[in-house]
Design a protein around this ligand. Structure first.
Ligand code: CA
Ligand code: CA
Ligand code: CA
Length: 329
């Protein structure tokens, strides 16, 4: 019997090795969803225990604080029945029938006040929101669909708590008003970053504000997709609204030249340095890398798609009308 010929193709072996190394390296470099709250629930019921669809089981706990404050509740208003994982991406939620509604109790007073922290929130504590140590690169993306009911001054959307404030907080700047008893005409995306040394509750780096530009207005009562990314290599936050850039800013030269973590909660809707949000949130997702706008969650129908459909239908009708007029002439 002839021996089976064994030949070594060195280029093939090299290719195989590089593929193998690539596969082994992928888990440490691949983008991962840390948390994803789809807010599936029964409309009208309290969101006391919020399911995480990321696979990490980061169940959120609903709570409320302050006079007249109520728990966040599931609500039937949503940005769309279908949610896609990225532009033209796969369906990630095929039955999006509920969001979560937050109430600011101050807004409902007989004499409304638009800057109180009396409201509901959802929070979870997990090391998955923090770098393993100070040398570990930790860039991230936070995104959500949001709809404002009443424009509350400095309302907290989402953040990560640290001693006495936030490691970072996505909140809002009131537009066109500063008086507490008058509702602002709009809300503008803003970040607060407390990057003073961990032992301190104030000092260099404390309460740095980073504003979005005029594209960051979202308080018109409609659903919007909003997102921030943090680039750990440059310490830069970037804002997006409805998939368009809405400004960016670096952490200031004073204080710790990085984000400062201490194991505090990741939270939505209230506190952590901001006031109580009044409106709806849906499909909140936190990823441990910088996503591109094409990778952000998409809702069908998008507000943009709906208006394009109307424009399309109107132009069809006009064309038919013109054709008819032409025949008659
Ligand atoms: Ca939902
Ligand atoms: Ca309200
Ligand atoms: Ca950094």
């Amino acid at each position: 019997m002839k021996p089976f010929p064994i030949t070594f193709n060195t280029s093939r072996i090299a290719a195989f090795c590089s593929t193998l190394i690539g596969l082994l390296l992928v888990p440490t470099t691949q983008a991962a969803t840390v948390l994803y709250y789809q807010f599936g629930g029964t409309a009208g019921s309290n969101a006391t225990s919020v399911t995480d669809s990321s696979g990490n089981n980061l169940t959120g706990t609903g709570s409320s604080s302050g006079t007249g404050a109520v728990l966040p509740q599931y609500n039937s208003s949503t940005p769309g029945l279908t949610i896609l994982d990225g532009l033209n991406g796969p369906v990630i939620n095929s039955n999006n029938t509920t969001s979560v509604k937050f109430e600011n109790a101050g807004v409902n007073d007989a004499t409304p006040v638009y800057n109180t922290g009396r409201g509901g929130r959802i929070a979870v504590t997990s090391p998955l929101f923090e770098p393993v140590d100070s040398t570990t690169p930790f860039s991230f993306t936070l995104e959500m669909f949001v709809r404002v009911e009443d424009n509350v001054q400095f309302a907290s959307l989402a953040g990560k708590e640290r001693n006495g404030g936030p490691t970072w907080l996505l909140d809002t700047n009131n537009v066109g008003n500063a008086a507490p008893n008058v509702e602002s005409i709009d809300s503008q995306l803003r970040l607060r970053v407390d990057h003073q040394v961990l032992a301190n509750t104030s000092g260099d780096g404390f309460n740095q504000n980073i504003g979005s530009n005029s594209n960051g207005l979202f308080g018109d009562g409609e659903w919007h997709h909003v997102a921030i990314t943090f680039d750990d290599s440059t310490n830069t936050f970037t804002f997006y609204k409805d998939y368009a850039l809405a400004g960016s800013g670096q952490i200031s030269a004073v204080g710790v030249q990085d984000l400062v973590y201490n194991g505090g909660a990741f939270f939505l809707g209230n506190a952590g340095g901001g006031r109580a949000f009044d409106g709806w949130m849906d499909e909140v997702r936190f990823s441990n890398s910088i996503l591109t706008t094409d990778q952000f969650l998409r809702a069908i129908p998008e507000p943009m798609t709906a208006s394009l459909l109307i424009i399309g239908a109107t132009s069809c009708l006009l064309r038919r009308q013109r054709a008819r007029d032409h025949k008659l002439a």
